[in-house]
Design a protein around this ligand. Structure first.
Ligand code: SF4
Length: 359
């Protein structure tokens, strides 16, 4: 099996070149620069490598990009990509907000967390992505254009902490200043807070951002929305987040998607304000994007107003995330259509019942 070069960290590449191909270590810098700095994805164009060595590389390694099946763009410029990767279909989203261009990448085919409001969660789990497949999404988005992606969020399909090793490699590759060089502080890992997951991010001793999909600070409500929350106590989650904020000196983002009649009451707002006390954090509110076939609805404006008015004076920082890409089903919780489509033929509007890890 040829090794997949796009998914190798600099150190892995060097070790492979030295140990397997018996090359000098400087080859790693040459190849890494071609791939991730110059974005040359063909061995033939790596002109400072001898023809003989390029032929060796061709038989021992592969540079594979996903096939772009469709690219749909919403009025605000948000683009959703449906990609064909070795493990199946996957979706990624590009959110332009010049000068910032944010890539929302997937880390798994589907997801095992089964969040009840999320299309991906309803699509079930179909496998993990390799580091190569995570990184390659970036290259497919930027293609041959001059587009420079400035920010990355791991908020697409999948739970990053449930596929940690490839995610960790992808983080290292994307932030490596010999290549893509997206600053650690501009890369955010989003998680529901799987036990031990945040610890792994802390152990990296880096500055990557952390976003926690909280959605309720009431254990019972959270378990309704996120079946995985059955194995995540809110107190342990807060403890893990404090470990992150204490080690990195960074605030954590608490993602809170307001859903009508579920987590939008003043009691829920009070629980959220109480929970966030003492935790260096920013609460990021988002109004639910309806998903075809799912029963959930966004709250009305008055309810949103009351909820935010309750929070503002009681919390350190509360923001509203503008929902982007709703028309192309590229907004939060709306990815995974392709996976559902694959399972159901043409039936997209009814989410099937799937066994998840926690239900
Ligand atoms: Fe998975 Fe995130 Fe969807 Fe939950 S919200 S099912 S963690 S992709």
């Amino acid at each position: 099996m040829p090794v997949k070069l796009l998914g190798m960290t600099f150190e892995e590449l060097k070790n492979w070149l030295v140990n397997d191909l018996k090359q000098k270590p400087f080859r790693a810098k040459q190849i890494f620069t071609w791939l991730h700095f110059r974005r040359v994805l063909s061995f033939d164009e790596m002109t400072d490598l001898s023809l003989k060595f390029r032929n060796v590389l061709k038989s021992a390694a592969a540079i594979t990009l996903p096939e772009q099946v469709t690219r749909v763009e919403s009025e605000d410029g948000t683009a959703k990509y449906l990609l064909k990767l070795p493990g199946g279909p996957a979706e990624s989203v590009l959110i332009p907000d010049p000068p910032r261009f944010t890539a929302c990448l997937s880390t798994q085919y589907g997801c095992r967390m089964g969040c009840r409001f999320c299309m991906t969660g309803q699509a079930g789990f179909h496998g993990n992505m390799s580091a190569d497949e995570i990184v390659a999404q970036l290259y497919t988005m930027s293609g041959n254009s001059d587009l420079r992606i400035s920010n990355v969020v791991l908020m697409g399909m999948g739970e990053p902490m449930d596929n940690w090793d490839p995610v960790q490699n992808a983080l290292e590759i994307i932030s490596d200043d010999r290549g893509i060089c997206i600053g650690q502080r501009k890369i955010t890992v989003s998680t529901v807070g799987l036990p031990g997951g945040i610890r792994k991010l802390v152990d990296m001793e880096k500055q990557y951002g952390l976003a926690v999909s909280l959605h309720s600070a009431v254990q019972k409500t959270r378990e309704i929305l996120i079946p995985a929350a059955k194995v995540i106590s809110l107190s342990q989650l807060k403890h893990d987040m404090l470990e992150y904020t204490g080690t990195t000196g960074r605030r954590v983002t608490l993602e809170y998607c307001l859903i009508q009649g579920v987590n939008d009451s003043i009691d829920e707002a009070r629980a959220l304000a109480d929970y966030s006390r003492g935790l260096p954090c920013k609460i990021n509110l988002l109004i639910y994007n309806p998903v075809p076939g799912l029963e959930w609805k966004p709250p009305d404006e008055e309810t949103v107003h009351s909820f935010t008015e309750y929070l503002y004076p009681r919390c350190q920082a509360v923001t509203f995330r503008r929902s982007r890409g709703g028309e192309v089903a590229g907004a939060c919780g709306q990815l995974g259509t392709s996976v559902l489509k694959k399972q159901n033929g043409t039936r997209q509007n009814r989410a099937p019942k799937h066994k998840t890890l926690f239900s």
